[in-house]
Design a protein around this ligand. Structure first.
Ligand code: TXA
Ligand code: MG
Length: 347
């Protein structure tokens, strides 16, 4: 077990900031907040430091990581080239929740890229993330700071639950703004390809570059489940209990849930405010049906709420397709439910 130091109020504590920067240069692991989710950072140029990340997360070491930078001057040394599209996206969205995948330079270790010739880079806008990267003076490799298989952490409490005793520092401050991981966009192709949906949608990328598409590998729904026999495939990805995911209007969902007659089972409900109210049942609220930003910010915390010991299944609503954020929420919920979805709307 490691001795994990918790740090608060780091922006008003120059000595702590310097210590954390030094620790990163020295190959230690530091968890810090970003505007998307908390990251588990280490020196992105050191193979040993990167091994420390994998060890802390309990994650296989062939997963590629995002290198976080705080200044645009840090980019040049890490990539082979910056295309016109990439530059336009940088100008429009950095610093912010957009990760770009470039062809890597020789300086980037394969341990950071999972052996790939490409490297993912992001300049976060969160002031603490930027101050820490600045203090480190090196690109900071940082996956989401959850144990492998759990939802990404959006609160210091989640990080402490997952990684206490496994990392050197946890920089606490509950100031995540978005709640979903960054959009990952490959800019090594003829047009930008979104590999992971996030709050910045394909539409916004197209607005900037005039082109771009969602990776066809991101199949929205694998199984369209007939309402009578909802799929409840167990997924290792959070939450701990199997999920029934439902899409429909409030009225359709209310009728469907009443028809399931789940009264005698240990069911966790994760529903929109209006549905919960109408059904008059206890459950977690996803938030207001029409407000994807609020839904996104609470989503992972909501998923963490349902522990296997307490629930046999989770009945959860999914927002309709729409903006970047709604589509990113759909992506995460579909993953959590093993891509099974009950679609109730006739239209
Ligand atoms: O918002 C975020 O992106 C957070 C914060 C901490 O910055 N980080 C994060 O990292 O979500 P992680 O490791 O949990 O997810 C990184 C994603 C994965 O989907 C990975 O496959 C993709 O980025 N990725 C990384 N390098 C890549 C590469 N060279 N080519 C394609 N995809 C890559
Ligand atoms: Mg992750």
């Amino acid at each position: 077990m490691k001795q994990t130091l918790l740090i608060t109020n780091i922006l008003n504590d120059p000595a702590a900031l310097q210590a954390v920067g030094e620790a990163i240069r020295d190959g230690k692991t530091v968890v810090f907040p970003t505007e998307t989710v908390y990251g588990l950072g280490a020196n992105g140029l050191s193979e040993d430091a990167i091994d420390g990340i994998y060890e802390a997360k309990g994650r296989p070491s062939d997963n590629p990581l995002i290198l976080h930078i705080s200044r645009i001057e840090m980019l040049e040394a890490l990539v082979a080239s910056v295309s016109e599209d990439a530059q336009a996206l940088i100008d429009a969205f950095w610093p912010g929740p957009l990760t770009l995948v470039f062809n890597k330079s020789e300086k980037v270790p394969y341990r950071a890229t999972g052996g790939l010739e490409t490297v993912a880079i992001r300049m976060p806008r969160h002031p603490i993330a930027r101050a820490i990267i600045d203090a480190a003076g090196v690109p900071v490799a940082a996956p989401s700071a959850n144990l492998s298989g759990k939802p990404s952490p959006t609160k210091a409490a989640h990080v402490i639950e997952d990684l206490s005793g496994r990392v050197d520092f946890i920089v606490c401050e509950d100031s995540v703004e978005i709640g979903l991981e960054s959009t990952v966009c490959d800019v090594t192709q003829a047009e930008p390809v979104v590999l992971r949906p996030g709050s910045i949608g394909v539409a916004e990328i197209r607005q900037v570059t005039g082109k771009g598409h969602l990776d066809p590998g991101i199949h929205e729904v694998k199984h369209l489940v007939k309402p009578k026999s909802p799929g409840m495939k167990y997924r290792h990805y959070a939450p701990e209990a199997p999920m029934i995911l439902i899409e429909g209007s409030m009225e359709e969902v209310v009728e469907y849930i009443r028809g399931l007659h789940l009264e005698t089972e240990r069911v966790g409900y994760l529903l929109f405010e209006d549905t919960l109210k109408t059904l008059e049942i206890n459950g977690q609220t996803l938030g207001p049906r029409e407000d994807p930003d609020i839904i996104a910010l609470r989503l992972f915390e909501n998923l963490r709420h349902f522990k296997a010991a307490e629930y046999d299944k989770i009945v959860c609503e999914i927002p309709a397709r729409g903006t970047g954020v709604s589509d990113a929420i759909r992506n995460r919920l579909l993953k959590a439910a093993g891509n099974d979805l009950v679609i109730l709307s006739k239209s």
